[in-house]
Structures are given as structure tokens and as C-alpha cells.
Design a protein around this ligand. Structure first.
Ligand SMILES: [Fe+2]
Length: 147
């Protein structure tokens, strides 16, 4: 477990730690997943140290933007290599983007504030997708020589 030192002198752990069980065997996608984990950890940190709404929304915007780019990258590789479950995977991505965009909209309109419940939702939103859905493309993409 890694610890971060915050401005008020309180030790905090990351909400999500990278683990090899998240590895999909494709270097660039593991790196992109690490970046998504970092962005969720950043939002958690921003919430914990009490950053204001606009700063939380900026972190959230980065997460939405990076998610869209990352999914497009995965979809390109799946299509290029004729991944048989492409359509189902793409539908999952579309649903996940909808959820995170909806969260962002509800934050900016003041309907919700960032709480641990929101953070746990985001943690599960990402880690369940990696562990349950992305893992399924691993053998196919690695077999096609995707690195
Ligand atoms: Fe995916």
C-alpha cells in the first residue's frame, strides 16, 4: 500500500492501487488503465482535502476525456484484429461513458457532491470493467501481437 502525505499532515492511502490482477497483457493498455486509476485517485484526494467544486469538476473532466480516448484506442485495436466480441465490448464502453458523463453533469448542476459513495462507484466502474471485460480481450490481442 502506498501512502501520500496531504497538506494537512494526514496520511491517506490511494483509493485504488494498481495490481497485476488488472494486467491485460498489453503494455499500452495497462499504462492507460494506470492513468485512469491515477485520475480517480486524484479526484479522491481532491475530495479528501476539501478542494472546491470547480477543481473537482476539472479533475472529472480529465477523467471523462481520457476515458473516451482510451476506449477509442481499445476499440480501434479490437476492430483492426477482428475481435469477435467487439460489439458487446463497445456497448459496455458506451454505457460506461454515459455513466461518467452523467455523474459529471450532476456534479456541475449541483445535484450531487463528491462523497465516498461517488468515489466507490467510480472505483467499481473502472476496476470491474478491467477485471471482467477487458481481461477477455487479453488472449486475443496478445495473440495478434498487440503490445
Ligand atoms: Fe474496455
Amino acid at each position: 500500500m502506498e501512502y501520500t502525505f496531504n497538506l494537512n499532515g494526514v496520511f491517506m492511502s490511494n483509493l485504488i492501487d494498481w495490481s497485476d490482477r488488472y494486467s491485460v497483457g498489453v503494455f499500452k493498455f495497462d499504462n492507460q488503465h494506470k492513468m485512469l486509476i491515477k485520475q480517480i485517485n486524484d479526484l479522491h484526494m481532491a475530495m479528501r482535502i476539501g478542494n472546491g467544486k470547480s477543481s473537482l469538476i476539472t479533475v472529472m473532466d480529465n477523467l471523462v476525456k481520457y476515458t473516451v480516448e482510451h476506449f477509442a484506442d481499445e476499440e480501434r485495436e479490437m476492430q483492426r484484429t477482428n475481435y469477435p466480441d467487439y460489439m458487446a465490448h463497445k456497448r459496455e464502453h458506451d454505457k460506461l461513458v454515459e455513466k461518467v458523463q452523467d455523474l459529471r453533469e450532476r456534479m456541475s448542476s449541483g445535484k450531487i457532491v463528491v462523497t465516498m459513495e461517488v468515489m466507490n462507484f467510480l472505483r467499481d466502474w473502472l476496476t470491474n470493467h478491467i477485471a471482467k471485460v477487458d481481461k477477455q480481450y487479453s488472449d486475443h490481442l496478445v495473440g495478434q501481437g498487440v503490445k
